[in-house]
Design a protein around this ligand. Structure first.
Ligand SMILES: Nc1nc2c(ncn2[C@@H]2O[C@H](COP(=O)(O)OP(=O)(O)O)[C@@H](O)[C@H]2O)c(=O)[nH]1
Ligand SMILES: [Mg+2]
Length: 389
């Protein structure tokens, strides 16, 4: 490994057969999921404003329906589900009488402070953001609600985003939003959403605004929570794409940037573990649960691996053949630029594939189909031709 300038230690040995390869990918994917940690979000607002509907619209799997809700206090329950790196604290109470209302606000403040008091070793439990929901057609934004937002934002030091829910009538919702903005509340963002399509006899609106909410939220989130949030949400494909491109960029600059010493073809085997890490990280961004069968199918179309054994060198040689202008490499060396082009090509193709799996354009069981494999190979050719970024 020392031949490559600054790849760091990937902690992986060569893969000499397909089973090895599959196990390494599985292992890395599991490690990535662990590394993601958790993002913790409080969602507040009166009963019936659409908090549960919003949660289900934004996050993978219908968390509010299927997630385990566990009472944290009388006014707050925690929703979480194994495999999804998010904890949502769903709160009630602002519609209650004054005394209980105060108690509910107190509970939320205590919750935030309690987590901070755990200290930096428990950063995984810190509350990262609060969404305050208010219903567009309520047309009322009460003083209690404003005070609640002011208190949380000033005393607890967490970003608050105001969500105008049930925004069936866009223009009306926007006007309501503008009225609210006049209060100059200490919020980091405000947006109108319709989390679920609405239809009656003479009126139909599609859901909208969820992607915007998610993108605004990630902007105010600490870096440590961003990856977990990106994984959990399903509302913005753009966020997943941007994060994945970042991963390719990091991989390329860390492994094949300045200081990379050209690598003899015979040592090309060391390139593979670097891309395995990249695949695992991108998989975690999309929140796809990989099985051994899926990895095997993808490897056979993407890397041209088939049969029981293979050598990393063969894979690299196979893929390099597809990069225009590199073609015949013979016994030569692999430069940083070539390794980078190969990584970009593989990375972009992998992103496309994850997107298609995520959107359901390709079904998991179809990965085995010749036509799908052909599609993946064509994507790879296209992406390798693009070379760098
Ligand atoms: N069509 C549609 N209905 C919504 C939307 N948000 C909430 N609702 C409806 O409003 C009611 C209350 O929503 P819910 O999410 O349970 O509110 P919560 O009490 O704040 O969790 C339910 O009947 C939802 O179906 C939305 O974006 N679109
Ligand atoms: Mg609810």
């Amino acid at each position: 490994m020392e031949r490559i300038g600054n790849t760091g230690n990937t902690g992986m040995n060569d893969c000499t057969n397909i089973l090895d390869f599959i196990n390494k990918v599985m292992e890395e994917c599991k490690k990535e999921m662990k590394n993601l940690g958790h993002v913790n979000l409080i969602i507040a607002g009166k009963t019936g404003v659409g908090k549960s509907t919003l949660i289900n619209g934004v996050f993978r799997e219908k968390l509010a329906e299927t997630g385990m809700g566990e009472p944290v206090t009388r006014y707050c329950q925690r929703i979480e589900k194994s495999g999804v790196p998010i904890r949502i604290y769903d709160t009630v109470g602002l519609e209650l009488d004054k005394e209980r209302q105060e108690k509910a606000i107190e509970d939320i403040r205590n919750l935030i402070q309690e987590k901070i008091d755990l200290g930096p070793d428990h950063a995984d439990e810190f509350i990262h953001c609060l969404w305050y929901c208010i219903q567009a057609d309520s047309d009322r934004f009460e003083e209690t609600e404003r005070n609640f937002i002011k208190t949380i934002a000033s005393e607890c030091d967490i970003p608050v985003i105001l969500v105008i829910t049930k925004a069936y009538l866009k223009k009306h919702a926007r006007e309501f939003m503008e009225d609210i903005m006049k209060y100059n509340l200490p919020v980091k963002g405000i947006c109108c959403v319709l989390a679920q399509a609405y239809e009656d006899e003479d009126f139909a609106v599609k859901e909208y605004g969820l992607g915007e909410l998610v993108e605004k939220t990630v902007d105010v989130m600490p870096e440590s929570a961003r990856r977990a949030f990106t994984n959990s949400q399903k509302a913005s494909l753009k966020l997943k794409y941007d994060e994945s491109i970042k991963i390719i960029k990091q991989t390329v600059s860390l492994a094949f940037g300045a200081g990379y010493n050209p690598l003899p073809m015979s040592d090309a085997i060391v390139l593979i573990p670097i891309q395995i890490s990249m695949f695992a990280r991108i998989t975690s961004v999309y929140g796809i649960n990989m099985t051994k069968a899926m990895i095997s199918s993808i490897a056979s179309s993407l890397l041209g691996i088939a049969g029981a054994t293979f050598l990393g060198r063969t894979i690299v040689a196979n893929i390099l053949k597809l990069i225009p202008g590199i073609g015949t490499i013979g016994g030569g060396t692999i430069s940083g630029a070539t390794a980078a082009a190969l990584t970009w090509g593989l990375g972009r193709t992998y992103i496309k594939l994850m997107e298609k799996l995520f959107m359901g354009d390709i079904k998991i069981e179809d990965l085995e189909n010749e036509s799908v494999k052909e599609e993946i190979r064509n994507l790879l050719k296209e992406n390798l031709a693009k070379k760098g970024e």
